[in-house]
Design a protein around this ligand. Structure first.
Ligand code: CA
Length: 227
């Protein structure tokens, strides 16, 4: 049974989440504040954490840092609309994904399944070597990209960027993370690098680069590869 830890101080939302999750045979623990959340996470070893960032006793980002000190459990952040700085801080602290309130239960369940599946994929097959889409394929081992039967030439920087995205399918990767990994810088004023290189990758890989299907921009936050 997949165990979910719900960290949320809104009792109505907790109730809705518990009912929906239990109906789908998840095991559910609920914590109304950060202190309880950290205690339950250690005691119950959940498979995934749903974390509201606005809690009465602690900043949600501190809870993520606390969990990441000893656990790689997937963390799906529940966050209020318009709080994109908060979401970015949560992702940079080690959250795996976020969903904006108000959300549909179906979307939440889909994100939850994806988060759990990623950890299962990771343990089953640590090395994904071939990423295939309808329009192109990426061989990570041979460092080769093919589109329409022809090799696509990528620069080392483009390759590095692409590799990070395609090895985290469906997952939002923050601008800060990409800048640090690829360019070794963390200044947010360097996001123009990212825009330029992402545009190049789209030109080389996407069928319609101005309406990308695979290399998706999350405005103000980062990028996501949808396989
Ligand atoms: Ca709250």
């Amino acid at each position: 049974m997949t165990r979910v830890l719900v960290v949320e101080d809104d009792p109505q939302l907790v109730r809705a989440l518990v009912i929906n999750l239990q109906a789908r045979h998840y095991g559910v623990d609920a914590a109304p504040d950060g202190a309880t959340a950290l205690r339950l996470a250690a005691a119950r070893q959940p498979d995934v954490v749903l974390l509201d960032l606005g809690l009465p006793d602690m900043d949600g980002v501190d809870i993520i840092k606390g969990l990441r000190g000893w656990s790689r459990v997937p963390i799906l952040v529940l966050s209020a609309r318009q709080a994109s700085d908060e979401k970015v801080a949560a992702l940079d602290a080690g959250a795996d994904d976020y969903i904006t309130k108000p959300f549909s239960m179906n979307e939440l369940l889909a994100r939850l399944r994806a988060a759990v599946r990623r950890t299962e994929d990771n343990t089953a097959a640590p090395e994904t070597t071939l990423v295939e889409t309808e329009d192109f394929s990426i061989d990570l081992l041979a460092k080769k990209a093919v589109r329409g039967g022809r090799d696509v030439r990528l620069t080392p920087t483009e390759w590095h960027l692409l590799e990070i995205l395609v090895t985290n399918p469906g997952r939002l990767i923050t601008q800060k993370h990409l800048l640090q990994e690829v360019w070794g810088v963390s200044q947010s004023n360097k996001t123009n690098y990212l825009r330029v290189y992402m545009a190049q990758l789209r030109r080389k890989l996407e069928k319609d680069p101005s309406h990308p299907h695979y290399l998706i921009t999350e405005p103000g936050m980062g990028y996501r590869f949808e396989g």
